[in-house]
Design a protein around this ligand. Structure first.
Ligand code: ZN
Ligand code: ZN
Length: 389
C-alpha cells in the first residue's frame, strides 16, 4: 500500500520537449504513479530552467525522445511507495521519516544513497542514477513528478534535523523559515554546482602549495621543507569563465572559502556579455568587507582578462580556472590562462566530440582537469550553509 494525501487528479500539464530541436509544448499527460516501492510523487510548486535544458532545446544533446523537461524543482510530497515508514529503519533516514505533506527539494539526479558510489559521496554517478528531464526520467517542469529512490535522493525542507551540516538545527530552521522558495530552488542544481566548482579548485592537490605555504611535494607531508616559499608565492589567482547563475554561485562560494581561510587571492571573473559582468560586480559589492577577505575581484571581457592574468601573475597564469560554460572556446581559454601545474575545473556540459588540446599541450603545461556533473546530493549541506549564512 502506498500513502497518498488526497485524491490525485488523473491528468496534469507538463512542458514536453519534441525532437529534433526548438519544439517545446505544454501538453496534458497522465499524472505519474508510484512504479516502485521506493518512489515518491511530488507536487511541483516551482521549477527552474537550466542552461543544460537549452542544450536539449537546441538539439545539441543527442536526444531523440519526447520527454518532460526540467531537472530543478521544489514541491510537496503527495504520495509515497510502500517502502516508507518505521519498517524501513537501517535504510537512508528519509525512508522512515519522510511524510506526505513534507516540502522537499530534489537534487537534479536520482541516487540510491545505499551503494559504494553514494557512500563515497559521488552521488551523481550512482549506478541507479538518472537525470530528471531526460529520456531516462520525466522532468520537473510539470505539475507532478515521480522521484525514484526518493529516500536516498530528496532533502526534506520541512525538517531541518534531517541532515547535518556546520549550522545548528536551530540556525537551519531559521534559514528555512526566512528563505524564499525561489531561492531554495537554487539548491536543486546551480548553487551546489557552483560550490562544487569552487571546492574542487580550492582543494586541488596542485593548489595546495599556495594554500598550505609548503612547496610541492612537501605540501602533502609534515616535516622539513628544503625550499622556502616567499609570501608572494602564496597568492592564489583564480579565473571564473562564464558568469551565468552557476558562475555567480561559484564566485560567491569561492570568495566565502577564501575569506574563511584568510588567504590572499585575486579573482578574474570572465564573460563576453557586459550585463553579466555588471551583475557579478553588483553581487560582489553586496558582500561585506569581512566576506571579501584579503583579495580583489574584477569582472572582465575575454581580451581584458587575458591581459589582467598576464599582468597579475608576471605572465605565469592562474593557479586554477573554473570553467562554467561547457564549450570549446571556454575550455580553450581556460587552458590559455592557467599556469603550468595549474588546475582546470569544468562543470559545464560539453557537447563537442573532441577536446581542443593535443596530448603534447597537456604535457607541456602539467595541467590537471576535473570534469563533470556535480554530486548535488552530497554537496547540498555545504550549499545550504552558504545560502543560510
Ligand atoms: Zn540545472
Ligand atoms: Zn547509489
Amino acid at each position: 500500500m502506498s500513502t497518498t494525501s488526497t485524491a490525485m487528479p488523473e491528468m496534469m500539464k507538463a512542458i514536453r520537449w519534441h525532437p529534433p530541436s526548438f519544439d517545446i509544448r505544454v501538453e496534458n499527460i497522465p499524472v505519474p504513479q508510484i512504479q516502485d516501492p521506493d518512489d515518491a510523487i511530488v507536487k511541483v510548486t516551482l521549477a527552474a530552467l537550466c542552461g543544460s535544458d537549452l542544450h536539449v532545446y537546441r538539439g545539441h544533446a543527442g536526444v531523440d525522445q519526447i520527454h518532460t523537461s526540467g531537472h530543478e524543482f521544489i514541491g510537496e510530497v503527495v504520495e509515497l511507495g510502500s517502502n516508507y515508514g518505521a519498517h524501513s529503519q537501517g535504510r537512508p533516514a528519509l525512508y522512515s521519516t519522510l511524510k506526505v505533506g513534507n516540502k522537499v527539494v530534489s537534487p537534479f539526479t536520482v541516487n540510491c544513497g545505499e551503494c559504494n558510489v553514494c557512500r563515497l559521496g559521488y552521488t551523481c554517478r550512482c549506478p541507479l542514477s538518472a537525470l530528471f528531464g531526460s529520456p531516462a526520467l520525466e522532468g520537473g517542469q510539470a505539475q507532478y513528478v515521480r522521484v525514484p529512490k526518493a529516500g536516498g535522493t530528496l532533502f526534506n525542507l520541512s525538517d531541518a534535523k534531517s541532515w547535518t551540516s556546520s549550522l545548528s538545527d536551530e540556525l537551519k530552521g531559521k534559514a528555512l523559515a526566512g528563505i524564499a522558495d525561489s531561492s531554495l530552488l537554487m539548491l536543486a542544481d546551480i548553487l551546489p554546482t557552483g560550490v562544487f566548482a569552487a571546492l574542487q579548485a580550492m582543494n586541488h592537490p596542485k593548489v595546495l602549495p599556495a594554500v598550505s605555504g609548503r612547496p610541492w611535494p612537501a605540501s602533502f607531508f609534515p616535516g622539513d621543507v628544503s625550499t622556502t616559499m616567499l609570501a608572494e608565492d602564496r597568492m592564489l589567482t583564480f579565473a571564473i569563465i562564464g558568469l551565468g547563475p552557476v558562475g555567480l554561485c561559484a564566485s560567491v562560494s569561492l570568495l566565502d572559502m577564501l575569506s574563511a581561510q584568510q588567504l590572499p587571492y585575486q579573482i578574474i571573473a570572465i564573460d563576453p556579455v557586459e550585463s553579466r559582468r555588471e551583475k557579478a560586480l553588483a553581487v560582489y559589492s553586496k558582500i561585506e568587507q569581512e566576506g571579501k577577505g584579503l583579495g580583489k575581484f574584477v569582472a572582465q571581457s575575454i581580451d581584458d582578462a587575458k591581459k589582467t592574468v598576464a599582468d597579475w601573475t608576471g605572465g605565469v597564469g592562474c593557479t586554477a580556472v573554473l570553467e562554467i560554460v561547457g564549450n570549446t572556446s571556454a575550455i580553450s581559454l581556460a587552458y590559455d590562462i592557467v599556469r603550468p601545474f595549474g588546475a582546470i575545473v569544468s562543470v559545464g556540459v560539453h557537447g563537442e566530440p573532441q577536446m581542443p588540446f593535443t596530448g603534447r599541450q597537456l604535457y607541456n603545461k602539467n595541467v590537471s582537469f576535473d570534469f563533470g556533473r556535480c554530486p548535488a546530493r552530497a554537496m547540498f549541506p555545504l550549499a545550504f550553509d552558504l545560502l543560510g549564512a
